[in-house]
Design a protein around this ligand. Structure first.
Ligand SMILES: [Zn+2]
Length: 383
């Protein structure tokens, strides 16, 4: 799986403003006649407003806030261009192409502020809209904190994937003592093509996306590719759990840790990944832990080796030092620690030290090759 980071830039063309619903100072004549919203997934959300007053309406702004984890309650404000008049009707669309898109099932809250030439001002009550992908007849299944949405395949198909999700959570809890703190939504598209059609900027390699800050993931899984689907669900769900467990305003976790945990949720490392690792060991061309802390290469060979090494790095840390230390490591990252600082605090060595110890361990502990096939469906992680 190739990890590509495609950061979503929200409100590039709009002025971000700290959330403040403002005071409602309704003038004698200023009033809202109509206020509506319509979603057209994945392209836009269209807002309409009609208002009138005794004096010319001179200023209209739409404020909105997307429900994603943030460290401040940040909203965006769009200034609406219109001709001042005593009666106005305006339409304004939040074009997803300008903000990089929103995942299916994301929530958006919005409100208007309207001002007239007399200085009277109205702020409407915040209203919400769910940006659902209503092009498909979704069915849903909920267990614990996980809700799975699907539209192709029978209920047994969905139950099978739900079981994979729950087993991944159990495994991850045993491995790291983490658990889902907030609900997550898993959207299962019928195939990669449908999935790509749900995204504004998709790549033809995209097979799954974890929208970590939204607690949402989307994957294309054809019913006949169930085995791949189970692994993909376990992998992407792990990204969501680990993101919840380590989120902080200062630092992210190293890519090898994020991907190593996600890979270990999939089950034993498959033969092709092991082959990449064996070749790198015999050619003395392992990638350094320092390099694996950054996003992985987009090239298949280097990426496959990066995933394989990450799997073995996490395995080394847990086998050698135990689950408690891994939990401590994640908690230390959550406190905003640097990579070297967290490793030193928990294990007593930094990334160079880990590199040395791990290379020694992996060189001496080559694994029997597992029978599973390599799956080169690719993923992206959107923060
Ligand atoms: Zn991943």
């Amino acid at each position: 799986m190739i990890r590509k980071v495609a950061p979503m830039v929200l409100a590039v063309l709009l002025l971000p403003a700290l959330f403040s619903p403002g005071t409602v100072r309704a003038g004698d004549g200023l009033r809202v006649l109509d206020n509506s919203v319509q979603a057209e997934f994945p392209y836009r959300i269209s807002f309409s407003l009609s208002a009138d007053s005794d004096a010319d309406i001179t200023d209209i702004r739409l404020c909105y806030r997307v429900d994603r984890t943030n460290f401040a309650r940040v909203s965006s404000e769009a200034y609406i261009d219109f001709v001042p008049a005593t009666s106005v009707s305006i339409d304004w669309a939040l074009e997803m192409i300008k903000i990089g898109g929103l995942p299916p099932g994301s929530n958006l809250e919005y409100w208007w502020t309207i001002e007239d030439a007399d200085g009277d001002r109205i702020t409407t009550a915040p209203a919400g809209i769910v940006f659902d992908d209503n092009r498909y007849p979704w069915q849903s299944l909920t267990q614990g904190q996980v809700t799975l949405y699907w539209y192709q395949g029978d209920k047994a198909f969905a139950q099978d994937l739900m079981l994979a999700a729950q087993q991944a959570l159990v495994h991850l809890n045993e491995y790291t003592a983490t658990e889902l703190e907030r609900p997550v939504k898993l959207y299962v598209y019928a195939d990669a093509r449908d999935l790509q059609g749900s995204m504004i900027h998709s790549q033809e390699w995209t097979g799954g996306v974890a929208f970590t800050r939204y607690g949402i993931m989307a994957i294309g899984i054809a019913p006949e590719k169930l085995d791949w689907g189970r692994k993909a669900i376990a992998h992407e769900l792990t990204h969501l759990v680990i993101h919840q467990a380590t989120l902080n305003p200062y630092n992210t976790i190293p890519t090898w840790l994020d991907e190593g945990l996600a890979m270990s949720s999939e089950g034993p490392l498959s033969a092709p990944f092991n082959s990449y690792l064996d070749r790198a060991i015999s050619e003395n061309s392992l990638i350094s832990v320092q390099s694996l802390a950054s996003p992985f290469s987009a090239y298949t060979d280097a990426a496959s080796l990066s995933y394989a090494q990450s799997y073995r790095l996490v395995e080394f840390l847990i086998d050698s030092y135990g689950q408690d230390k891994m939990f401590d490591l994640l908690k230390t990252f959550q406190a905003g620690s640097t990579y070297d600082g967290a490793l030193l605090k928990v294990y007593g060595f930094d990334m160079d030290g880990l590199d040395y110890l791990w290379q020694d361990w992996v060189t001496q502990s080559e694994q029997p090759i597992a029978e599973n096939g390599l799956n080169l469906e690719l993923e992206s992680v959107v923060d």
